[in-house]
Every structure is written in C-alpha cells, then in structure tokens.
Design a binder for this molecule. Structure first.
Ligand SMILES: [Zn+2]
Length: 519
C-alpha cells in the first residue's frame, strides 16, 4: 500500500517548467518532496485523512521563484527604515526622511534607502546633497542611499560622525566644501558602519523574507559582506524559522575565513548553503562608474571618469579569482560595462576550475556577441536582472548615459539564450519582485532583449537553480524534486502584457505553506 501524501495541490494548471514545459492538473507532496504529478482523479488515491488538499480552482502552479541576486539585508532595511524608492523629487525624499525621524526618534541614525534621481521629474542628474539632508535634521546623522548602493548622501552631522572612515578620494567636493555625496569606497565605509547588530539583523532579515514569500520567492542567492547575516540565517534555519532557502555568495574578503572553517561552494544543509566568492569589477551606469569602452553619452568633463572606473582594479580582481579558484570556489563577479565584462571574462576563462565551477558574471548589462560566445565556451553563467529594462525607455537612464545605439544593446536576454549561455534571473532587490522582472523580460523594447513567457519563467526558476548547482533538487516540478511551489491568481501566459499585476495566492517551501493570501 502507498503511503498517503502530506499535501496535494489539485484542480490546478501545474506547469513543470521543464524543457519542454508540460502541464498537469495536480501535484502530490510527501516529506517535502514531489512524489507524483498527474490528473486530479489520478492522484486521489494518495489522499489520506491527514493529507492537506489545496484546491486551486484552475490557478497556475509553478516552481517557486529563485532570485539569483539579492541583498536581503538592504531589502529588510527598506522595510524597517524610510523607503525612498518611490520618491519623485528631492523634496519628497526630505519629507519621507523627516517622517522617519519623527516616527523612530530613538534610533541613532535617520536612514533612507533606494532613491533614484534619474527617475525624478525634471532633469536632475545630481544625487541628494548635504544641504538637502540638513533640512531633515541638523543634530542626528541622516544618510540616504542611492538605489545602486554605490552612492550615499550624508548630512553635515553624518559627515562628521563618519569622518574618520571616509576615504577622501571618494568624497565629492564643490568649491572646496564636501557636497555630502560619497561614492564607492566611501559609500561602502558608510554602509558597513550602519551594519545592524544581532537583534536588528534578525528583525531586518525576517522582514525581508516575509516580503519575499508574499512575492512567490522560495529561494535566494544572497550577496553578503561583513555582516552577521550568514550567522543569523543559520540560526533561523536551526530554529525552524527560515521560510526560504538561502545560498550565500560571500564578498571576497571572507575567503580566507571560509577556507579556515572548511566552508566551500555547495557545502551546507537543505536551507542554507555556501555559494560563490563575490567580487566587483566596475560600478553602475546610474553613478557613471560602470567601465565602458566608449565615453558616456552624458559625460560632463574630459576627466578620467568619462569611461567609468574600476571598483576593484583588474590586478586585484586577478588575485581574487586566482585564490578562489585554487580553493575550488565558484566565483561571481559584478561587471556591467562592456570593458568590465571583457576584463572579468578574461580572468574567469583562465581559472583552472572554469569548466566545472559555473562562474557567474553578475548583471552583464552591456555584454557583446563576442563575450557571449566565450561565456558559452567556458560555461560561464549570465546572472541578469530583467527589471533593469526599466531604464531602457526612450529618454531613460540608459538613453542618457549610453545613447540610443548602446541602449538597444543592454540586457539582450534573447541573445544570451541564443548563444547557449546559461541564464539566471534575479532582481538585485531593485525591487525584489519576480513577476515585475518577468513583465520586463516579456515586454522588452527589442527582439534581442525579449523572451517568451516560458523562457522568462525558466530563467527565474530552473536557470537560477542551475546557477546555484541546484537543478537536481529545485527549479522544475518533477518527481523527486523538493516541493517549492508558487500558486498564481492568473496565468502569465494569458496576461503576458500585465504579468506584474498578477497576484501570488500561495507559496510553498519544502511542502509547507509559507504564504497564503487567503489566510
Ligand atoms: Zn547586487
């Protein structure tokens, strides 16, 4: 006699998201594992008295979304502190920060996250300034972080509070006075000073993961640096309070400590695993710090920065990739501009473990056809963010920074697939929202940038699983795989022009319901 299932999801349109995709009416789960797919009638024999049955009334069921590039700590901070991502002017940032200062009077710093001056009304190109933030408070340090985290704005009190930690080279000045704008190393120094203690980290990560499951996310590849996040994730997992799966991609300065304690790529348990060693090459288009072959279209001076800059210079990056590959680590490198991708790719191709390590280029926004050919050859994963297409509008950020011709060559998702480069989707938490990313992937401006619904869904499930060596247990709905599922209110195939408006009904991780919109 067959043991009963713990959970049966039925009367659904279950997409396996295998290649090719196949559709079933029901899926049965036992001990967190998928044990059967088939017609609703066929699976009733697995129904016992203890079996939970989820009747979906025809709704679409997919493998849960895996976000291959997250910053959960920052996401949680957005949720706990002022969220500036929807502000449309400096004025509204100042208002939101002032509100936060009033609502949370005992916190040492007044913090705001995610502003993006390129999206504001008017033609502002400069980040928030010290003078603007001084209007929030003259006594408490006020810090506003730009959406890409490579630029941070500080008021006078914050400039004073962090003075000892800020490298002068990365502070912007006007007429001999600091403008309050800090970039790259200075921005990083501010961020690490703000890193939360144990209690707050638990609050912040818990808020971020609760938000993630509401959006159908069942796993993340989280980028961590110099914080307690890894420790807190492991504690939450041990306490049975980690709702999703977390793969930790560690900033390169953690490498020697990881080696010392015997952690390497793919070690860990069912919920928390060690992923790649992460480094950077360049910055971002928003901050004009992404390294490009041809000058920025809106370069303001003839100085060094007209083609962007290295965040980690190529020699230093080479020593990271050498050392990490010696220790058999997977490596992921942030590279956005075409020149940064060239440098990064040249290093990754040469690593001794290149063919098996599934090294990753994060973002790869201005990847060329030649790069793609070489990536396919070397087995390097393109870890891309379809939501970055939000900057590809006429007159948008890419147009301003890169001009029309290069704008049309950004994030060419279809070209990546055509070149047989493994494609993993993530959000970079800008914002974390797979259905929004899917909307952009399916409706992008040019054919080379656009995917079909099925292709886009596969990049957010199987593709991301592959980038995390997880394709044998996650990313598709097949017998023997872990039961990480999402139930959608409407079909993305039937509503491909408004996928971002589709709601998540239920999210299941390892056979347990972790989010249910109805309860
Ligand atoms: Zn990132």
């Amino acid at each position: 006699m067959t043991a009963a299932a713990d959970l049966i999801v039925t009367n659904a349109e279950v997409h396996t998201l295998t290649d090719p995709d196949t559709v079933h009416e029901a899926v049965a789960v036992r001990d967190g594992e998928i044990v059967r797919l088939g017609d609703a009638d066929e699976l009733t024999f697995l129904e016992g008295v203890e079996t939970d049955v989820l009747h979906c009334e025809g709704r679409v069921v997919l493998s849960g979304f895996i976000d291959a590039h997250t910053h959960m700590e920052q996401l949680g901070q957005h949720l706990v502190h002022a969220d500036l991502s929807s502000a449309d002017s400096a004025e509204s940032c100042v208002d939101l920060l002032t509100e936060q200062a009033h609502d949370d009077p005992d916190r040492e710093h007044v913090l705001g996250f995610g502003y993006d001056e390129s999206a504001w009304d008017g033609s502002r190109t400069q980040p928030l300034t010290r003078d603007e933030l001084d209007r929030v408070s003259e006594e408490r340090p006020v810090v506003a972080l730009r959406v890409d985290l490579h630029t941070v704005s500080l008021n006078t009190a914050a400039l004073e509070a962090f003075a000892d930690d800020l490298p002068d080279d990365d502070l912007r000045y006007a007429e001999g006075e600091p403008t309050g704008v800090a970039v790259e190393d200075a921005a990083e120094a501010v961020r690490s000073q703000l890193t939360a203690g144990r209690e707050e980290m638990r609050e912040v990560l818990t808020a971020a993961m609760a938000h993630a499951v509401e959006l159908g996310v069942t796993g993340v590849h989280d980028k961590v640096r110099g914080s307690r996040a890894p420790q807190i994730y492991r504690e939450l997992a041990a306490d049975g309070e980690l709702p999703i799966r977390v793969r930790l991609d560690y900033w390169s300065d953690h490498l020697e400590s990881l080696v010392d304690v015997g952690l390497s790529t793919n070690t860990g348990g069912d919920r928390v695993r060690t992923g790649a060693i992460k480094s950077f090459s360049d910055g971002s288009f928003g901050s004009r710090t992404a390294r490009v072959r041809e000058p920025y279209a809106d370069a303001e001076t003839d100085g060094d920065n007209v083609r962007g800059q290295w965040v980690v210079d190529p020699d230093e990056l080479a020593s990271v990739t050498d050392r990490a590959s010696d220790e058999e680590f997977q490596i992921c490198v942030h590279a956005i501009g075409d020149e940064a991708i060239e440098e990064t790719l040249s290093l990754l191709e040469e690593t001794p473990n290149a063919t098996t390590a599934r090294h990753r280029i994060e973002h790869a926004e201005l990847v060329t056809d030649d790069h793609l050919e070489r990536m396919a050859e070397a087995g390097i994963v393109a870890s891309m963010q379809p939501n970055f297409h939000r900057w590809a509008d006429e007159g948008g950020l890419y147009d301003q920074r890169l001009g029309r011709e290069r704008r049309n060559r950004t994030n060419r998702l279809r070209r990546v697939l055509e070149a047989d480069v493994p494609l993993a989707f993530g959000s970079d938490c800008m914002p974390l929202d797979p259905l929004l990313g899917l909307q952009y992937a399916v409706n992008a401006g040019t054919e080379a940038q656009r995917l079909s619904v099925t292709e886009a869904l596969r990049a957010y499930t199987h593709g991301a699983a592959y980038a995390g060596f997880d394709e044998d247990r996650l990313g598709t709905l097949e017998v023997g795989k872990r039961a990480d599922l999402v139930v959608l209110e409407e079909s993305p195939w039937d509503h491909s022009e408004r996928i971002d408006e589709i709601d998540v009904a239920t999210t299941v991780v390892d056979g347990e319901i972790v989010f249910d919109a109805l309860s």
